[in-house]
Design a protein around this ligand. Structure first.
Ligand code: ZN
Length: 491
């Protein structure tokens, strides 16, 4: 390859030249969502990060098979091994079939990803659809002596594995510390060591998602699905495994141990991890009440956290303005700046399409393509690509203002580079042109109607008040009167 791509490998802790195992084919596996709730900002970052990699590898001419799984079983409440299954819990609370919960949130996840212009993966396997493969995988690990059966469950024998290999090489954790630091949990007496993790769990009587196996009626451990499905669809060894940094330990560390115990070697050549998003400097977490779903961003309905709605492209641009390896802090200020930057970039593109060529160029745009490639080849440096495109916008404005000229050949090249990097590789689209409308004026119109209703109520004009409320309800708005006024959402 003329311009080699370098990516940061979490395992070796350095940037490495990317060389596929079977050129021109690239196998790429990314841990997908656990589907028991709506996708939030934390889901957008890995999806967008690996969408950029997927797009760029294809741009470089590789044939990429991109596998992103759906976790619909085995993700338990506490750590990987304890507590109620998250999908099953939701199903119990909502009185639904677990698969109804899964399908509902998978559909919503797909819709949110589509709005963010995240391309669908080549294969999207479900953990619950690969129980037989996971059982076979466990049998191999048991045959190789790195797991044991205990009271109908099967656990991975971490100390034994660590004597022969190196447990902790991805996360850099010290296993001795790990043994002493792991907290004591209920049911732990089944494990020989607190660091051991479940490959198969015997289902408690109240557990509704379970399958037959040689050991018990039960379900697979969470870490197992990715080892099994990755190797099933991408081969015994494949190129790239990605996910959020929060998955490095224990999830990916356990995946490595499982693959080595199963196949005698790690399944993955390059491990890649995106960093996390914080909200006003804080970690995101359910208990902190700062989880904002993507739909809430798009509609602006979380008025306690959001000063306004933010469009899908604003969110995407915001995420791409930071390198995937660094943290990103969400704040209204930062998102409003991203919204302005996105609009300025699109203005540049629209203006570019209206420029008239001259005989000669006085702007230098010839090396934009090279610079953008260099930035992407340097571990997907999207903020640098955006900076180069803004430099081009400045040149476009100079030509537009008559302060500089551009030749026909340069103009064609500039258009082609701009389109390739902004639309094809960064995956940005023009929300105005794509027909997706700016919702702000409509939302302000609903607010206005409800202000009129509030005023009518205060004058005891019940006819007007009821008319507005009933008609909005018929149209599909859910209106709630609150202490300080009203709240509404689309039903
Ligand atoms: Zn995974």
């Amino acid at each position: 390859m003329e311009h080699p791509l370098y990516i940061y490998n979490t395992l070796t802790r350095r940037k490495e030249q990317f060389v596929p195992l079977h050129e021109p084919f690239v196998g790429m596996y990314v841990c997908g969502p656990t589907v028991y709730g709506d996708a939030h900002l934390g889901h957008a970052r890995p999806a967008i990060t690996f969408d950029i990699l997927f797009r760029y590898l294809q741009h470089l001419g590789y044939k990429v098979r991109y596998v992103r799984n759906i976790t619909d079983v085995g993700h338990l409440e506490h750590d990987a091994d304890e507590g109620e299954d998250k999908v099953a819990k939701k199903a119990r609370l909502e009185k639904l079939e677990p698969m109804e919960v899964v399908q509902y949130y998978v559909n919503r996840y797909h819709k949110a990803m589509e709005r963010l212009n995240v391309l669908p993966p080549s294969i999207e396997p479900f953990a619950s659809g690969h129980i037989i493969e996971q059982i076979e995988y466990i049998k191999e690990i048991l045959d190789h002596g790195y797991a044991y059966v205990s009271n109908g469950s099967v656990y991975f024998d971490v100390p034994k594995y660590n004597r022969d290999f190196n447990y902790g090489k991805l996360s850099g954790r010290n296993i001795e510390e790990l043994f002493s630091a792991t907290r004591q949990l209920d049911g732990q007496q089944e494990k020989h060591n607190p660091a051991d993790f479940a490959l198969w769990k015997k289902a408690a009587p109240e557990h509704i998602m379970h399958w037959p196996s040689p050991w018990s009626e039960g379900f697979p451990g969470w870490h197992l699905e990715c080892s099994t499905m990755g190797q099933k669809y991408l081969g015994e060894t494949f190129d790239i495994h990605g996910g959020g940094m929060d998955l490095v330990f224990p999830h990916h560390e356990c995946e490595i141990a499982q693959s080595v115990a199963h196949s005698g070697h790690d399944a993955v050549r390059y491990w890649m991890h995106n960093n996390m998003i914080t909200i006003n400097g804080q970690k995101m977490g359910k208990s902190l009440g700062n989880f904002i779903t993507l739909d809430e961003f798009f509609t602006g309905s979380r008025k306690d956290m959001l000063a306004q709605p933010y469009s899908p492209m604003t969110i995407r641009f915001f995420i791409l303005q930071a390198h995937y390896g660094g943290t990103v802090d969400f704040s209204n200020d930062a998102l409003q700046a991203a919204e302005k930057a996105y609009e300025r970039m699109l203005d540049g593109w629209r203006r570019l399409n209206e420029l008239r060529p001259s005989e000669t160029s006085t702007v230098n745009v010839a090396d934009l393509d090279r610079k953008c490639h260099e930035a992407m080849n340097d571990d997907l440096n999207t903020p640098m690509v955006i900076a180069h495109l803004f430099d081009a916008c400045r040149a476009i404005n100079q030509v537009n203002d008559g302060k500089a000229t551009i030749s026909a050949a340069d103009l064609d090249q500039l258009k082609s580079t701009f389109k390739t990097f902004l639309f094809d590789i960064l995956g940005i689209y023009d929300e105005r042109e794509s027909g997706s409308v700016n919702l702000k004026p409509y939302e302000q119109a609903v607010d206005l109607l409800l202000e009129i209703r509030k005023d009518a109520k205060s004058r005891k004009d019940w006819a007007t008040s009821d008319l507005i409320r009933n008609r909005l309800a018929e149209i599909g708005f859910d209106i709630k009167d609150t202490k300080d006024g009203f709240e509404w959402k689309v039903k």
